[in-house]
Design a protein around this ligand. Structure first.
Ligand SMILES: Cc1ncc(COP(=O)(O)O)c(C=O)c1O
Length: 530
C-alpha cells in the first residue's frame, strides 16, 4: 500500500547550520528530504538520517518539523512514523542562510499505517471536549486529550491513541493503572461494604491507620478526602494543640509560616498557606496570619519561629508544584530545633513527595528529621480520593470528639485500596528500585541534555524529577503529548515535572527520554525568560 510522490520544493535559503521548516497537512509514512548547495556532487557526501518523532501539531490541520544539522551536509533523510495519503501541502522553507541552494526535492513514500500514532480523526475526543466546555465549570486549562483507559504506565484516549504516562494523575497512580492487587482490593471490598459513616467503626480504616503508624513517626491518624483537606485538618489541629497546651494563655500562638514556591491546596486555610499570589488574591480575604519565608533560609525561619506567635510551620521536604526543590538537611534540622525551643509544631506536607516517590517511604527520612504532623494524600489510595493527617501522641491528645470530621473520609472502600498501595510501596525492594530508576532517569536526562542551551538544571530525588528550562515548558509538553508522552509543568511554568508511576520500567524510561529529547527543538523558537 505504498505510493511514491516526488515533488520540487521551494527553497529559500541555506546556511552552515540550516534549519528546515516543513509544513504539511498530515504526517504519515516516510518523508525523505534532499537539498543541494552549489558544486555539490551527488553521492559524495555522508548521508544523514533523522528519525523524527511524530510531529508536533501547531494548528488543527498542519504539522511542523524542525531539522538541525551542525555541518553543511547536504542530504537529509527524515523518517516520520506517519504520513497520510492525502492533502500534502508541500511547503519547505530553509531559513537562516549564508549561501544559496540550487535544487531540492522531496521524495515521499506514502503508505497507510495500520496503527497511526497521531489520530487523523479524533472525533470522539472533539465531541467530549466541546461538551466539557459547555457543561463543566472552566477551572482547568486541560490538555486536549480525553483519556479512557490505562494499564501500567500507559494510558489510552477515547480514539485509541496510546500515551506513556509520566504524570500518573499528578503523582497519584503510584502503582500505575489497573494494578491487579489494587483492583482486587477495590472490587472485593466494593462487593462487601463501600461506605459507612464515621458514626461507626470499620475494619479497613483501623487497619490502614495501624499500618501508617507502624511505618512512620506517628502515633495516630486522621483521614480526609484530599491533600487540601488534610492540610485544613492540620491547621485546625495545630491551633487546637496550642490552645490545649497553653490553657492559661489568653493569646496562644495562632500564626503560620510557609515558604516560597510552596503549594498546600486550594481550600481557604490551605490556600492561605500557598505561595502563588494569583491563586490567593481573587478569593481574599483568606485566613490571616501566614508569613511566607524563603525556602531554605534558616536564619529568617529561626527568627520568626522565636517570635512565639507561630502555631505551626508548614514545609514540603520536596516541593512538587513549586518546581521540584528539595529542602536541605540543615534547613529541616534548624526548623525542628526552633520549633522544639518554642513549642511551635513542625508540619511536613508530603502530599506529593511522600509514599515512596523520593525513593524513601517518607521524603523526610532522607534528612533524618521528623515532624509533629505529616499530611498525605495523592498516591495513598492509588487513584481513589484520600487524605491523611499523621500526628504524634502529644498532638492527638489535644483533639476531642467533634473537633473535626468528614462524611466520606476513611470509608472501607478507600481504606482497602490504600492498604493494598501501602503494603506494596513500603516493600524495601520496591523502594530500592525507585531510587535506582530515579538515578538512572536523571543521569540519562543529564547525559542527553548536556549542552542544550534551554536546560538550566535537572534535579529531584527518586521519581520526582524536574528539568528547569530557560523558556516556558508548555510547547515541549504539547509536542511530547503529540508524540505519545504525557508530562507536566511546575514552578513558573518553566520546569518539566516528571512524576511517573513508581513501577515504571527502564525500557519505558528510555523511551520517555527519547521522545523528550526528540521534541526539545520545539523550544528553539521561544525566547528565553532570562
Ligand atoms: C504538596 C501538596 N499539598 C497539597 C496539595 C493539595 O492536594 P489536593 O489537590 O488533593 O487537594 C497538593 C496538590 O498538588 C500538593 O502537591
Amino acid at each position: 500500500m505504498t505510493r511514491r510522490e516526488k515533488s520540487c520544493l521551494r527553497v529559500f535559503q541555506l546556511c552552515p547550520f540550516p534549519r528546515v521548516f516543513f509544513r504539511t497537512k498530515y504526517c504519515c509514512g516516510r518523508l525523505q528530504l534532499q537539498f543541494q548547495p552549489p558544486n555539490y556532487r551527488f553521492g559524495s557526501r555522508r548521508r544523514r538520517q533523522f528519525f523524527h518523532p511524530p510531529l508536533p501539531n501547531y494548528s488543527k490541520n498542519s504539522q511542523r518539523i524542525f531539522l538541525q544539522t551542525m555541518s553543511c551536509s547536504t542530504l537529509f533523510s527524515l523518517k516520520t512514523p506517519l504520513f497520510p495519503s492525502a492533502a500534502v501541502n508541500r511547503f519547505i522553507n530553509l531559513r537562516h542562510t549564508s549561501y544559496s541552494v540550487t535544487t531540492a526535492s522531496l521524495n515521499l513514500d506514502v503508505h497507510s499505517n495500520p496503527k497511526p500514532l497521531l489520530n487523523e480523526n479524533p472525533k470522539k475526543s472533539l465531541e467530549v471536549i466541546a461538551d466539557e466546555k459547555k457543561f463543566v465549570v472552566g477551572t482547568y486549562a486541560r490538555v486536549p486529550v480525553v483519556l479512557a483507559s490505562g494499564k501500567g504506565c500507559k494510558v489510552y484516549d477515547v480514539d485509541g491513541q496510546e500515551y506513556l504516562d509520566l504524570t500518573s494523575g499528578i503523582a497519584v497512580n503510584a502503582l500505575g493503572h489497573g494494578d491487579p492487587d489494587w483492583v482486587r482490593a477495590v472490587t472485593e471490598q466494593a462487593n462487601v461494604l463501600t461506605h459507612v459513616s464515621n458514626t461507626y467503626y470499620s475494619v479497613p480504616q483501623v487497619e490502614l491507620a495501624k499500618r501508617l503508624v507502624a511505618c512512620s513517626f506517628a502515633d495516630s491518624v486522621f483521614f480526609s478526602n484530599s491533600g487540601t483537606e488534610a492540610n485544613e485538618a492540620a491547621i485546625k489541629f495545630s491551633r487546637k494543640y496550642q490552645r490545649y497546651s497553653q490553657p492559661d494563655e489568653t493569646y496562644p500562638p495562632t500564626e503560620f509560616i510557609a515558604f516560597t514556591n510552596c503549594f498546600h491546596g486550594r481550600t481557604m486555610g490551605a490556600l492561605a498557606l500557598t505561595y502563588k499570589e494569583n491563586y490567593r488574591s481573587p478569593f481574599e480575604p483568606i485566613m490571616p496570619g501566614v508569613t511566607f519565608l524563603e525556602y531554605g533560609n534558616i536564619q529568617a525561619a529561626t527568627e520568626m519561629i522565636q517570635s512565639g506567635k507561630i502555631a505551626a510551620v508548614f514545609v514540603e521536604p520536596i516541593q512538587g508544584e513549586g518546581g521540584i526543590y528539595s529542602a536541605t538537611k540543615e534547613f529541616l534540622q534548624s526548623l525542628r530545633k526552633a520549633c522544639d525551643n518554642t513549642g511551635s509544631l513542625l508540619i511536613f506536607d508530603e502530599v506529593q513527595c511522600g509514599l515512596g516517590r523520593s525513593g524513601y517511604l517518607w521524603a523526610h527520612e532522607a534528612c533524618g528529621v521528623y515532624p509533629d504532623i505529616m499530611t498525605l494524600a495523592k498516591p495513598l489510595a492509588g487513584g481513589l480520593p484520600i487524605g491523611a493527617v499523621l500526628v504524634t501522641e502529644k498532638v492527638a491528645r489535644a483533639i476531642n470528639f467533634g473537633d473535626h470530621g468528614s462524611t466520606f473520609a476513611g470509608s472501607p472502600l478507600i481504606c482497602s485500596a490504600a492498604i493494598a498501595v501501602l503494603d506494596k510501596i513500603s516493600s524495601p525492594a520496591l523502594l530500592a528500585g525507585i531510587s535506582e530508576k530515579g538515578r538512572y532517569f536523571k543521569e540519562l536526562l543529564v547525559k542527553k541534555l548536556v549542552g542544550n542551551p534551554h536546560v538550566r538544571e535537572v534535579r529531584g530525588s527518586g521519581l520526582i524529577i524536574g528539568v528547569e528550562l530557560d523558556v516556558s515548558a508548555a510547547p515541549l509538553v504539547d509536542a511530547c503529548q503529540r508524540s505519545g508522552l504525557l508530562i507536566l509543568t511546575a514552578g513558573k511554568g518553566n520546569v518539566v515535572r516528571i512524576v511517573p508511576p513508581l513501577i515504571i520500567s527502564i525500557q519505558e524510561i528510555d523511551r520517555a527520554v527519547e521522545i523528550l529529547i526528540d521534541c526539545m527543538p520545539v523550544l528553539d523558537d521561544h525566547v528565553s525568560t532570562n
